[in-house]
Ligand binder design. Structure first.
Ligand code: ATP
Length: 341
C-alpha cells in the first residue's frame, strides 16, 4: 500500500470546473472520506486517482511514483488501484470465489487467498460457492471489496459503496468494510455525501464544495473546529448565530458564551451544536418547544428562543420535553466563532 498525494489537481469539463486545485494527502493504511453535496466533484476526484480521467493541472502520486501530471500518465490497469462502485458490479454468472479470484493472476486463482479474503471481509468460507443473487446487498458489497483487495492494490477507491443499502445494513456493512480495509492495511478513499458515514468510518474527512477542498481533518477536529460556518452546517447539526465578541466572550441570543479559540473583538457568528444545549426550568434563556422528534435513545427538540432564532437541541430520550412547553435554555462548553470574511 502507498501514501496517496494530490497536489493542485484540477479538472474541467468545458466551462464546469469539477475539481479545482485540490491538495490532499491520504496516509498509507488509512481511510479518507471525501464528503460533499451532489455535484461538488467527488466522483471526478476518484476517477482522476483511478486514471479513468486525466487532470488538466496538478500531480497525483502513489508514494513517490507520479501517476498523473508529469509526462505520460500511468494507465489505470498499471496504477494498481482497487475500485468498489456503488453497487458491487459482481459478475452474476460467476460464484463468489470466482468473482474474488477474477482480479488475481491466473496461477493464484485456486490458491488459499480467496478463503483468506472471505475471512477478511467477515464472510463464511462456504459463501464462496454462492452466486451474487444468493447474497444480501451488504454481503455483495463485502465481496466487491474482497475482489478489489485481491491483487494487493496500492490504493482502494470506494464510490458511495453503501448508498443502495437500507439504513441499518449501511451502518453494519460500513463498519465491516472499514475493519477489512484496516486489517489489510489498505490506503482507501471513500466517497460519500452522508456526513454520519464519513464521521463514523473515516480516519480523515475531506470536505469538498464546488470543486474545492475546504477542509481535511480527523472527524473529531472537523466536528469541533469546522473551517467555516458552511462546513459547520454541513457536518452535524448546527445553530450559527449572530454575535458580538468582546474579550473572548460572544454575546448572542443564547446568552454570553465563552470562545473555544480567540477572535478579534467585533461582529462574528458563533457555532452552537445541538448537544451543547441544556433544557430545564432555570436556564437563563427563555424558549418555547415547538416540535419534538423522538428517537428513543435521544430526541431532537426544536425551540423558538424568545426574541431570537429557532434552534434545535439534542437531549436524551428520557429528558425530552413536550411540545408547547416553556423551557429555560443554557449552553454547555465553549463555542467556536467565525469572523466575517
Ligand atoms: N463527463 C462529464 N462531462 C461534463 N460534465 C461533467 C462530467 N462529469 C462530471 N461533470 C460535472 O462536474 C461536476 C462534478 O461532478 P461529480 O460527478 O464529480 O460530482 P459528485 O460530487 O460526485 O456528485 P454526486 O454526489 O451527485 O455523484 C458536476 O457539475 C457535473 O455535472
Amino acid at each position: 500500500m502507498s501514501t496517496l498525494h494530490l497536489e493542485g489537481v484540477r479538472k474541467a469539463f468545458g466551462a464546469t470546473v469539477a475539481v479545482d486545485g485540490v491538495d490532499l494527502v491520504v496516509p498509507e493504511g488509512s481511510v479518507t472520506a471525501v464528503l460533499g453535496p451532489s455535484g461538488c466533484g467527488k466522483t471526478t476526484l476518484l476517477r482522476l486517482v483511478a486514471g479513468f480521467l486525466e487532470p488538466d493541472a496538478g500531480t497525483i502520486a502513489f508514494d513517490d511514483r507520479v501517476v498523473a501530471g508529469s509526462g505520460r500518465p500511468v494507465p489505470p490497469q498499471q496504477r494498481r488501484v482497487g475500485y468498489v462502485p456503488q453497487e458491487g458490479a459482481l459478475f452474476p454468472h460467476l460464484d463468489v470465489a470466482a468473482n474474488i479470484a477474477f482480479g488475481l493472476p491466473r496461477a493464484q486463482r485456486r490458491s488459499a487467498r480467496v478463503g483468506d479474503l472471505l475471512d477478511l471481509v467477515e464472510l463464511p468460507a462456504a459463501y464462496g460457492a454462492r452466486h451474487p443473487h444468493e447474497l444480501s446487498g451488504g454481503q455483495q458489497q463485502r465481496v466487491a471489496l474482497a475482489r478489489a483487495l485481491a491483487p494487493n492494490p496500492s490504493v482502494v477507491l470506494l464510490d458511495e459503496p453503501f448508498s443502495s443499502l437500507d439504513a441499518s445494513l449501511r451502518a453494519s456493512t460500513g463498519r465491516a468494510v472499514v475493519r477489512a480495509l484496516h486489517a489489510a492495511g489498505a490506503t482507501a478513499v471513500l466517497v460519500t455525501h452522508d456526513q454520519d458515514e464519513a464521521l463514523s468510518l473515516a480516519d480523515q474527512v475531506a470536505v469538498m464544495r464546488a470543486g474545492r477542498l475546504v477542509q481535511a481533518a480527523s472527524p473529531h477536529v472537523l466536528y469541533r473546529t469546522p473551517a467555516d460556518a458552511d462546513v459547520a452546517r454541513f457536518v452535524g447539526g448546527a445553530a450559527v448565530l449572530d454575535a458580538t465578541v468582546r474579550d473572548g466572550v460572544a454575546r448572542c441570543a443564547l446568552g454570553d458564551l465563552l470562545l473555544l479559540e480567540p477572535v478579534p473583538d467585533g461582529t462574528a457568528e458563533v457555532l452552537v451544536r445541538p448537544e451543547q444545549l441544556r433544557l430545564g426550568d432555570d436556564g437563563p434563556v427563555a424558549a418555547r418547544v415547538v416540535e419534538v422528534s423522538f428517537y428513543g435513545h435521544d430526541a431532537a427538540v426544536t425551540l423558538d428562543v424568545h426574541d431570537g432564532p429557532t434552534v434545535v437541541a439534542r437531549v436524551t430520550g428520557l429528558d425530552a420535553p413536550e411540545a408547547g412547553r416553556e423551557v429555560g435554555v443554557s449552553v454547555t462548553g465553549r463555542v467556536l466563532a467565525f469572523t466575517p470574511r
